[in-house]
Design a protein around this ligand. Structure first.
Ligand SMILES: *Cc1c(COP(=O)(O)O)cnc(C)c1O
Length: 391
């Protein structure tokens, strides 16, 4: 049995039988000549399948330990296509602090097609059980969630779903298969914004899905081909290139994130640090059971919007941008960025307050990042006084 670290390299490398090329060629072809009138070849049209995309789809299926992978033009294309396996009058349960775009598609699009939903705090299995209806078909979770890193018990949800004839869908963007493989814990379908860690270089928008079993895989293949939100050959190739370094990037970034979380946790002026690697973080034990690392994303709360503004104006190293999972550290302001689509009262119920910042830790030297945060905290005025971050 090879480890995932080795599998990543094997699965992302596909030696071309014609030339020996160590990378899959970029098959920029929309259609494929059929040599035999009676017997059509494996490929006919690139919406249905493309040989470059196929290597990527096989790689993610193998890494997540599923039966079939699917590549889409964005994470939202993957998520939307998965939701469209549902029919009118079906019901879906969704983690309440789900990614803003997922919240939007569930509440503003599915709703119009008669697909019902309930947002639930999925960290509490009792609340999930209570929300199950006779027409519930899917329980959709994100763990750790974005941006407050709430932990949902994947195995507990999967058991509950199975007992009620529902599927479990898991958005595994934050952990990637390097740290967490929900299919091995009973989930049925994995979704990824591959734009983030899987690609890793802030240069591709892409989504991936992996089904555990044949039946769901067939339905998703049908939906992918019907809606057509596929990933192009060039982006598939770039994503494969990013995946080759996934393991080292995840390891390095998460080690740095743990260091930074520990540092922030002891600073005056930081009201709270959200990171599943801190032993007082809610769900710490569950996360430890189902994942091999706390990951590279953490959030922290400053006093208010004004403190956030000063932090942003003084910090030098991280980009200030939406997105995460790049080689460069990315600081973002959920209230006005990823969760801007969510009404303010809904946001605040989920802990996404005006003082909350999210940091996706990249590959810079963590000590440089900490020094940068330190000089920033010293410049934040708190109640008219400068905070001495070194106390
Ligand atoms: C970014 C993100 C998405 C959406 O993916 P896109 O590639 O931007 O469409 C979905 N889920 C999570 C957790 C994300 O971070």
């Amino acid at each position: 049995m090879t480890t995932l670290q080795t599998k990543i390299i094997q699965d992302s490398t596909s030696i071309d039988p014609n030339t020996g090329s160590v990378n899959v060629p970029l098959y920029l072809s929309s259609t494929f000549h059929q040599f035999d009138f009676d017997q059509y070849g494996k490929y006919d049209y690139s919406r249905s399948q493309n040989p470059t995309r196929e290597v990527l789809e096989n790689a993610i299926a193998s890494l997540e330990n599923g039966i079939q992978g699917f590549a889409f033009a964005s994470g939202m294309a993957a998520i939307s296509t998965a939701f469209l396996l549902l029919s009118q009058n079906d019901h879906v349960i969704v983690s309440e602090d789900v990614y803003g775009g997922t919240y939007r598609v569930v509440s503003q699009v599915l709703d119009r097609y008669g697909i019902e939903h309930t947002f639930v705090d999925t960290t509490d299995l009792d609340q999930v059980a209570a929300a199950i209806q006779s027409n519930t078909k899917v329980i959709y979770i994100e763990t750790p969630s974005n941006p407050t890193l709430k932990i949902t018990d994947i195995r507990g949800i999967s058991k509950l779903a199975k007992a009620n004839n529902c599927f479990t869908f898991v958005d595994n963007t934050f952990m990637t298969p390097v740290f967490q493989r929900p299919l091995e814990l009973g989930a049925d379908l994995i979704l990824h914004s591959a734009t983030k860690f899987l690609s890793g270089h802030s240069d591709v928008i892409a989504g991936l899905a992996v089904a555990k079993e044949e039946g769901l895989a067939e339905q998703l293949a049908f939906s992918q081909n019907s809606f057509g939100g596929i990933l192009g050959a060039y982006d598939s190739w770039l994503l494969l290139r990013g995946i080759k370094t996934l393991h080292v990037r995840m390891e390095a970034s998460s080690q740095s994130a743990a260091k930074i979380a520990t540092y922030l946790n002891s600073q005056i002026g930081i009201e709270h640090v959200y990171y599943p690697g801190i032993s007082t973080h809610a769900g710490y034990d569950i996360h430890k059971y189902q994942s091999s690392s706390a990951g590279a994303v953490l959030s922290f709360r400053l006093e208010n919007e004004n403190a956030v503004r000063q932090f942003k104006e003084n910090i030098k190293l991280p980009l200030f941008a939406v997105s995460l999972g790049g080689v460069e550290s990315i600081l973002s302001y959920p209230a006005k960025m990823s969760h801007a689509a969510m009404p303010k009262d809904e946001r605040e119920k989920r802990g996404i307050t005006d003082g909350l910042l999210r940091l996706s830790v990249g590959l810079e030297d963590p000590n440089d990042l900490i020094r940068d945060i330190e000089q920033t905290l010293l410049k934040i005025e708190k109640g008219g006084k400068l905070v001495d971050a070194t106390i």
